[in-house]
Design a protein around this ligand. Structure first.
Ligand code: ADP
Ligand code: MG
Length: 648
């Protein structure tokens, strides 16, 4: 096989042109270039600055596309290839060595070398072993963990050669690789390229230096975009029938790598990242905390309504639409209550008459609500006594001066409420015997203390306190809660027939609950829109910072593309970054929101922490990151590799 040329060129350019249109002028960077390069050749392309060498190399390396002409690699026409196929060629067939090294500055030497293998979907351990071996071969073993900034030019260039070799490149494309090196390092590098060539790789070296070009086996001179001389292919021994690696990226590995890169990139601009997070954090924290408060107050209201009993109907005096709470209008009477008591399914209809009055116990004066009720009050209410017993029907008939104290009232009147039963207190100047004390019930739906009360027989009240005997309201307790609606209708009909006009109102706890839930759901809508707006603002922040990030890292994107990253890889990388931003913002927001809720809860505000708002807020943050990061990431992925590489 020795001294026999492979008759099929690996690289074949036919009449290739690359023109740049700049205003009126057309720059012919490459003008009708035809060239065949064979397996195992060592070719130097020489020309003065601006002659079109780099343009040629970019086209050969599939970083750029010709304006016209044919180009094939291994016989396959390149201009017809899809983006992903071009990326695969860059990843597997070519190894680039640039004058400016083009290493990623915040990755170590080892990580830089691993990049092409990462985009080839080779798993981390295998990748690392291979990169270590290459670095060792290039005398960089002890520099593996150093970042490019900590390496000399010669060392950086050797790292970039190791990177070029990572996927077993067939063709090494070196664009003025010694341009930035001192003579010693240049010599070393040229030896290295020679060695790679003698091990069977095709080496295409671009230079403007005659003495360097002399070392190659074939010299092609280019001037003003045209080939002016070519020493022609030499007879070389093709000794590398090795198959090129055509593996495509593995998405799981890509995702893990993207995650890692994202965290690193965010960490590199920590302060900026934190500021960007803020919008999302505030949005999520607001949702979590506000919903906890909303949920908490709703629960408290519902609990107090349920505490009143779901079996109750309330009759109030006055026409519907007129607020008459607490005001006695002469439309309801004790007889109305007695009539209601006779209805089927009514357990107890309790008339009540309230009045503010000062109570005196010993030297203590305390103003409270005196409520005159009938003895069946205790049957209507689910409200036991802690001490003593409720007054009886006999007490009511005898107009006994007996009083049942609410928890708050009792505690305000007496320092120690045990043994209070049987003592006498004065209400409106008249003595009353304490018959019992009610258990504490808490606040009502309107935030009133339901325990700030004193109950007396309504008959006694009529003669001692109230004067005329009309009522403030009637509370009706039903037997069977399922039939409460029917009972309500019957009660309504009964009262209407007794009064002739609708001078009363009927309500039930279910309707109260309904109205609470209605206000609650409009509150939720309001909250939702506040949250949506703050997430939108957060999202715009993410988009903004991602756009900045992409333009700052254009060169990095070019380097990644030259090393075989597909458009989807770049898209994934940047979108992962925004996704991670959203996610971190969400997490911090949840922690903040929960902390706020917790602190509020400790300070006596009703809060209820439920998993649903937390989950919704977090996933909204993730979606925000994904959505608002997509456009910048897509911009990044659609960059032209040559343009990206040329950016500063
Ligand atoms: P060399 O690498 O030999 O120094 P290049 O291949 O970089 O030369 O450039 C060849 C010619 O093409 C130069 O005249 C240069 O100005 C022009 N050129 C290169 N890139 C662009 C571009 N993106 N837009 C316009 N003109 C360009
Ligand atoms: Mg150049």
């Amino acid at each position: 096989m020795k001294n026999q040329l492979d008759t099929n060129p690996i690289i074949d350019l036919r009449n290739v042109k690359r023109h740049y249109v700049q205003g009126e002028e057309v720059v012919r960077a490459l003008d009708d270039v035809s060239l065949s390069i064979y397996q195992g050749e060592y070719v130097a392309i020489i020309g003065s600055s601006g002659s079109g060498k780099s343009t040629l190399m970019n086209i050969i390396g599939c970083l750029d596309t010709p304006t016209a002409g044919e180009y094939s690699i291994h016989g396959a026409s390149v201009p017809h290839l899809e983006n992903d196929a071009l990326a695969a060629l860059r990843r597997n067939t070519f190894g680039f060595v640039f004058q400016r090294y083009n290493l990623l500055s915040n990755a170590t030497a080892l990580e830089n070398v691993e990049i092409p293998a990462m985009y080839a979907g080779i798993d981390a351990t295998e990748r690392k072993q291979k990169a270590e071996k290459l670095l060792e071969k290039l005398n960089l073993k002890d520099r593996a963990t150093h970042k490019p900034g900590e390496l000399s030019g010669g060392q950086q260039q050797r790292v970039s050669i190791a990177r070029a070799l990572m996927n077993g490149a067939d063709v090494i494309l070196a664009d003025e690789p010694t341009g930035a090196l001192d003579s010693g390092s240049s010599e070393e590098l040229l030896d290295l390229l020679e060695e790679l060539n003698s091990s069977g790789r095709t080496v295409i070296l671009i230079t403007h230096d005659q003495s360097i070009a002399e070392r190659a086996h074939r010299k092609i001179e280019i001037r003003d975009g045209k080939i002016v001389s070519d020493t022609g292919p030499r007879l070389l021994a093709p000794s590398r029938p090795e198959l090129t690696n055509t593996q495509y990226g593995n998405n799981v590995i890509q995702l893990a790598e993207s995650m890692k890169m994202a965290l690193r990139a965010l960490n590199a601009n920590l302060f900026r990242s934190c500021l960007t997070l803020l919008g999302v954090v505030i949005g999520v924290a607001a949702v979590v905390a506000m919903l906890a408060i909303g949920e908490g107050s709703q629960k408290a209201v519902i609990a107090s309504i349920e505490n009143m009993g779901s079996n109750l109907l309330f009759v109030q005096p006055g026409s519907p639409g007129i607020r008459t709470r607490g005001v006695a209008i002469a439309t309801l009477t004790v007889e109305d209550a007695s009539a209601l008591n006779e209805l089927e399914n009514v357990r107890a209809a309790v008339p009540s008459r309230t009045q503010r009055e000062t109570i005196r116990a010993g030297s203590v004066d305390y103003e409270t609500t005196i409520e005159g009720v009938t003895a069946n009050w205790i049957d209507a209410q689910d409200w036991p006594l802690v001490e003593g017993s409720f007054f009886t029907a006999t007490d009511e008939e005898r107009r006994a001066s007996v009083v049942i104290l609410g928890w708050t009232t009792a505690n305000n009147l007496f320092e120690d409420i045990s043994g209070v039963v049987g003592e006498y207190i004065l209400i409106g100047g008249a003595p009353f015997e304490v018959g019992g004390i009610l258990t504490p019930k808490g606040a009502s739906t309107r935030g009133q203390d339901m325990d700030d009360i004193a109950l007396i027989p309504i008959t006694t009240g009529a003669i001692r306190l109230f004067g005329q005997s009309y009522l403030t309201g009637i509370t009706v307790a039903v037997e069977d809660t399922d039939k409460i609606e029917e009972t309500e209708i019957e009660a309504h009909a009964l009262l209407l027939s007794r009064h002739g006009v609708q001078d009363f109102q009927l309500r039930n706890t279910a309707s109260l609950l309904e109205s609470v839930q209605e206000t609650q759901s409009s509150f939720s809508y309001l909250l939702g829109s506040v949250a949506a707006i703050s997430l939108l603002v957060g999202g715009i922040g993410i988009m903004n910072i991602m756009l900045v990030s992409v333009s700052e890292r254009t060169r990095e994107i070019g380097v990644r593309m030259a090393n075989g990253a597909r458009q989807t890889d770049i898209l994934l990388q940047f979108n992962t970054e925004s996704f991670v931003l959203g996610g971190l913002g969400g997490l911090v927001g949840i922690v903040t929101g929960l902390t706020i809720s917790f602190l509020l809860g400790k300070n006596g505000i009703d809060v209820a922490i439920t998993p649903a708002p937390t989950l919704i807020a977090f996933s909204s943050a993730l979606i925000t990151g994904l959505f608002f990061g997509y456009l910048p990431a897509r911009n990044a992925s659609q960059l032209d590799p040559v343009v990206a590489l040329a950016s500063e």
